[in-house]
Design a protein around this ligand. Structure first.
Ligand code: DGP
Length: 116
């Protein structure tokens, strides 16, 4: 746990978060600024600042984040219609909170991002 990390505090239940899934390895909670009708963040319970700090020993954890996202998509009733999974990394990647997180977005037809 990192003392000044907002997502660590949500995982530890030190501050409120609308948690929709949690296990020994990951926690999923609703994004406070939803960009879609369903917008859930899936985070590792241990503090990893971003994808840049992920290493070999985290490979299973990264897989668990994706399996949790799949489960939440089913729980939220959007699995069949479809959804998007995104990890923003670093300043130019649009990362604002430096605790690794996977965005699960769905519940509407999402526009295709323009990358240029
Ligand atoms: P990113 O740009 O990928 O770092 O996304 C950070 C997301 O985190 C952004 O969509 C808003 C969300 N967020 C920021 N602070 C909080 C918070 O305190 N609680 C919750 N639930 N979400 C937050």
């Amino acid at each position: 746990m990192s003392d000044d990390c907002i997502f660590c505090k949500i995982v530890a239940k030190e501050i409120p978060g609308e948690i929709v899934y949690a296990d020994e390895y990951v926690t999923a909670f609703r994004d406070i600024q939803p960009a879609a009708p369903v917008h859930v963040l899936i985070v590792p319970n241990k503090h990893i600042p971003s994808m840049n700090e992920v290493d070999e020993e985290d490979a299973v954890l990264i897989g668990r984040m994706h399996l949790a996202a799949k489960q939440v998509a089913e729980q939220e009733g959007i699995a069949e219609r479809g959804y998007r999974l995104v990890i923003n990394t670093g300043d130019e990647g649009g990362q604002v909170v430096y605790h690794l997180h996977l965005h699960l977005m769905g519940g509407k037809k999402l526009s295709i991002p323009k990358y240029n």
